[in-house]
Design a protein around this ligand. Structure first.
Ligand code: M6R
Length: 605
């Protein structure tokens, strides 16, 4: 979704803004722009397309000044175009915006009646014009008046010509941080944008306002009273947000999975047992749940699918997994005895956030698995298990999924033990096996070349099937999503036993099948399904565990993951599936880290 930056300091702001925007490219965008205070005038440069297009424009004319705001736009209202790009406004007030103004048509009609003209199709332009309409020489009062009239979500960076040494910011339901450096201060949608300049930043709460000059930041609460805020220190540096010698962020992040999983699990082991007490999860609390709902989107929802199989199998508690955008409108039957788990890398996904609020309204206990510290979902949930993946820049989630699974194992074991479904010895044994997973992830990466080879065979496919049973099925959903989102090859994940009820009619020699068959108890049944597709001409790639064998002629290619107990295979099997997707995308020449139409953090419905 859109990225916002702002700068006030001692450097040429155009350079800082473009550099900071480049660190937000992962969010997904289709146009970019900046506004700079140049000798008392607000000068805007903006255009459709990638940041390079904007750089080209700036090479011709770069506004000079040390105060400015910038934006990368992911189109919602109006197509990607120069006109619809941000900043929006006029000579007096100019803004950048991330979010959606729901009542913009109403406001637009009112402003048209007041003689305003609109040039873009965006909702943002109405906010800019409304600021202009209410402006009375006091920016803070004006901004408050406007946010009291708009409905929806917004993170706003605002410049007033009459206040040439400062920028203003306010947010609701869209992320925004304010960063403080030495003689320079910044504004950004996310931490990677500020790391080159400072590690210190402030998290903006709903409708708090910031007034930012080069050497001062004033914060105001929603009633316009000045407030003090606690400074946060980013716990990762520039390097963590750079490619570090890898061709793409996605590959780097696949390789970081082992470390990320260690960081997520090791601090939560006490005396060989899982210990989530720092997250507010006590044995007493874990005993009482009637039902568990897991609610999330995309990859995070797939981690939830694995969670369902794990929790039901080991803790014997009924689990329902929901896509957040469905959950929020399906009127779920929730009670105070239920636990609702929200999974989100960004902690800002609009549908997941709405699902969290719905669960809270029904009195259910809420637990969030979140990667981004201080994000909305982390702040609003009753309890939070932070996953420690570090910054994930590639739009396609990889290490975020691995740590979501790691946290799910911890929770499952703790739930199963607290509910008397496994003994202390069994729990310790599971924890021991979990502790070995990071090394096994590293070992699994040895299949890299085989995955490259498989990718070379998939290039011309128009469509693919992923099949599996049980945990293998849950996991293959993620494999399928990875492939389609970055290589643009259509794929579906199917329960292997369900194929013959319709979908097998699609199988021909033009439809490769990736079969995951790591569950020893289901192996023979899955092999029968593999034979069914093989005999209809499909090229079959089979993923097995070390030590498993498949008859000659059934698979065209076999990839093996290390030997682990059945419940642990998803966290290893995902590695070859990620690599197959990655190499397919590279070989097809796609934009691996920034696939078309996608955004890293989906802050709109
Ligand atoms: O930030 P979230 O985990 O809430 O994001 C949810 C999905 O948008 C996300 O998992 C998406 O499906 C992946 N980036 C795809 O790789």
């Amino acid at each position: 979704m859109c990225g916002i930056v702002g700068y006030v300091g001692k450097r040429n702001s155009a350079d800082v803004l473009v550099d900071a925007l480049s660190k937000l490219e992962y969010r997904g965008y289709d146009s970019a722009g900046i506004a700079v205070m140049e000798q008392g005038d607000i000068v805007v440069e903006k255009c459709q397309g990638k940041l390079d297009n904007l750089r080209e424009r700036l090479a011709v004319h770069k506004p000079q000044g040390m105060v400015g705001i910038g934006h990368t736009r992911w189109a919602t209202h109006g197509e990607p175009s120069d006109i619809n790009s941000h900043p929006h406004g006029n000579k007096r007030v100019t803004i950048v915006h991330n979010g959606i103004i729901e009542n913009y048509l109403e406001i637009k009609e009112f402003l048209l009646g007041q003689g305003y003209h609109f040039v873009s199709e965006t909702d943002t332009e109405t906010v800019a014009k409304l600021l202009d309409y209410y402006y009375d020489g006091n920016p803070i009062k004006t901004i408050h008046k406007v946010v009291n009239e708009i409905r929806g979500s917004y993170a706003l960076g605002i410049m007033f010509r009459e206040f040439p040494d400062r920028i203003f910011a306010i947010r609701k339901d869209s992320p925004l941080i304010v960063a403080s450096g030495e003689g320079e201060n910044l504004l950004a949608s996310d931490v990677p944008a500020i790391l080159k300049y400072t590690k210190n930043y402030y998290l903006m709460e709903e409708n708090e306002l910031a007034e930012i000059t080069a050497d001062q930041i004033n914060f105001y609460d929603p009633h316009m009273n000045p407030i003090e805020k606690e400074v946060q220190v980013a716990n990762f540096d520039m390097e963590a947000a750079e490619k570090g010698g890898f061709a793409h962020f996605m590959l780097k992040e696949i390789y970081e999975q082992s470390k990320a999983v260690s960081t997520t699990i090791l601090p939560r082991i006490k005396d060989g047992m899982p210990d989530l007490s720092e997250c507010g999860l006590t044995a007493e609390l874990l005993k009482g749940f009637r039902k568990i709902f897991i609610v999330a989107c995309g990859t995070a929802m797939h981690a939830g699918m694995v969670g369902k199989y794990l929790i039901e199998r080991l803790a014997r508690i009924d689990v329902t997994v929901d896509i957040a955008s469905e959950f929020r409108y399906r009127d779920p039957i929730l009670s105070e005895d239920d636990l609702v788990i929200l999974i989100s890398q960004s902690g800002e996904t609009a549908d997941t956030k709405a699902a969290l609020h719905l669960a809270k309204d029904h009195g259910a206990k809420t637990l969030a698995f979140v990667n981004v510290k201080g994000s909305s979902i982390a702040r609003d949930a009753d309890m939070v298990i932070y996953t420690h993946a570090g910054p994930e820049i590639s739009v396609a989630s990889t290490k975020a999924y691995a740590v979501q699974l790691a946290a799910m194992y911890l929770l499952t074991f703790e739930l199963a033990y607290a509910n008397g479904k496994i003994s202390k010895e069994e729990c310790r044994s599971y924890m021991e096996q979990l502790t070995a997973i990071p090394d096994l992830i590293t070992k699994t990466l040895e299949v890299k070349e085989e995955c490259q080879f498989v990718a070379s065979k998939l290039l011309n496919a128009e469509s693919l099937l992923y099949i599996g049973r049980g945990l293998d099925y849950a996991l293959s959903m993620e494999g399928s999503l990875k492939l389609k989102e970055i290589s643009y090859i259509h794929s579906e994940s199917y329960a292997a036993g369900e194929l013959k009820h319709g979908t097998i009619s699609l199988v021909t020699d033009q439809m490769p099948v990736i079969a995951v068959a790591t569950q020893t108890d289901l192996f023979e049944k899955t092999v029968s399904n593999i034979k069914e597709v093989k005999s209809r001409g499909a090229k079959v790639i089979v993923v097995l565990k070390d030590g498993m064998k498949i008859e000659e002629g059934v698979a065209d290619h076999v990839i093996k993951i290390p030997q682990v107990e059945n419940i642990f295979t998803p966290i290893l099997t995902v590695v070859p599936l990620q690599l197959i997707a990655y190499y397919t995308s590279v070989l097809k020449g796609c934009d691996v880290d920034k696939p078309r139409n996608l955004a890293k953090s989906v802050t709109v419905e």
